[in-house]
Design a protein around this ligand. Sequence first.
Ligand code: HEM
Length: 219
Amino acid sequence: MAVSGLIMLGYLLVHMYGNLKFFQGREKFDGYLHETLPHMFYPYLPEGGALWIIRVLLILALVVHAYAASTLWRRNKAAAGYVGGKRYHTTQHKTGNQRSYSSFKMLWGGVILFLFIIGHVAQMMPNWLSPGGASDSKYDRVVNGFELWWVVLLYTIGLVAVGFHLAHGFWSALTTLGQNRSSTRRGSRWTLISIALATLITVGFISVPFAVLFFGAGS
Ligand code: HEM
């Protein structure tokens, strides 16, 4: 769960960096998506080759992540004696030790994220879903979509889910990999670092739809 999650986090960071090129205008953004990315490692790899390797890795990471999530969920249920996860409850920790709002929401947040990614890829990649109008330019596709309030609302829901998922997930992955030696969640410096990382990624992504809808960027 930890390793597949970190692979997807790496992708998200690069993707967010790429998205910020939106603020440099259509030419730079489309140049990056239509020229730079498909020619990564060219001529050592064929055109688009590196992108396909990344896609296969991402799909594998997603499958492993979902499989590990369902295994953990079943184990957790079994450990709690099928009484609804009360195993770690104490009077001091009513929500359970080493638990947080995010950790309770991981499952449903993960489901929202999955639906978000399906809708998002269908919108951005083959022009299948084109709210606001289809276009060969990905820059125009982004602008056309984000001029609609309900598209921005759906993205905001998806991106807030990304934030909650990461705030807990990154902390949890580091714990699994042995970096978090604190006995309580609050005592761990990684808690703050995880929240900062999650906030950075959410704000970085959300800046594009908000700039289009509220400040008319791209029109
Ligand atoms: C406002 C936020 C976002 C914008 C403006 C955006 C924009 C884009 C664009 C323009 C593409 C097409 C890239 C290409 O042609 O290579 C794309 C692809 C993609 N995006 Fe996003 N994205 C956003 C958020 C996200 C988030 C939060 C995730 C994951 C949770 C995500 C996952 C993906 C994936 C998996 C692809 C397919 C990449 C590929 O197959 O090459 N995106 N996005």
